[in-house]
Design a protein. Sequence first.
Length: 244
Amino acid sequence: MKTTKIEWTDKTWNPITGCTKISQGCLNCYAETMSRRLNAMGLEKYSNGFNLTLHSDCLDEPLQWKKSHNIFVCSMSDLFHKDVPFDFIDKVMLIIKKTPHHRYQILTKRAERMAEYFQNRNIPQNAWLGVTVEAQSSKTRIDILRNLNAPIRFLSCEPLIEDLGMLNLDNIDWVIVGGESGSNARPMKEEWVLSIKEQTENQGSSFFFKQWGTWGSDGIKRNKHLNGKMIKGKIYQEMPLQKL
């Protein structure tokens, strides 16, 4: 059963909540806004607001999910934040290894720390590793990711806030693209999206277009649901091909 509105996954698992801003894509962080909302609603898990908090009591959640799922790890944080101890990440990885029927999607803006963590540890064969690449300044994360021996390596170009230019997608299996949402959202131009789409097709990666966000393909600001997720009248939402 799908329990999240994030279209490229079907469950979220948050043994960590809260984060700090480190790059341009963090400016209008959806997780920060959501954390404050959940805190105002009185949810105990978010009593610290958006301050980084470890939740050991949530570690066992995936053990209860008997059906196979795509699980987005730390949708409300970043697993490789500098204040998350490696021994806590070890506990997260142990649960991942204990549940081989799930596929875990781990997305970070802290590619260097992810590489440091896996320098002397094996990557679970059901752990997909991804980095956020929202602007040209973030492209160095791709080079770090491509050298990690994960079963699936992916990019999240969301919120895409500028033209990324030429991309080297060697060893990159999947590219997600999406525009920013909210009253302060920055525009995403159609030509930026089309450039990424063409490059993924030419280099053999799978392409997943999530949404236009607050700014439509026509450059007009409106409700994100009205802008939809079509590129020139078609939906492109490919999932990565699992390697044998």
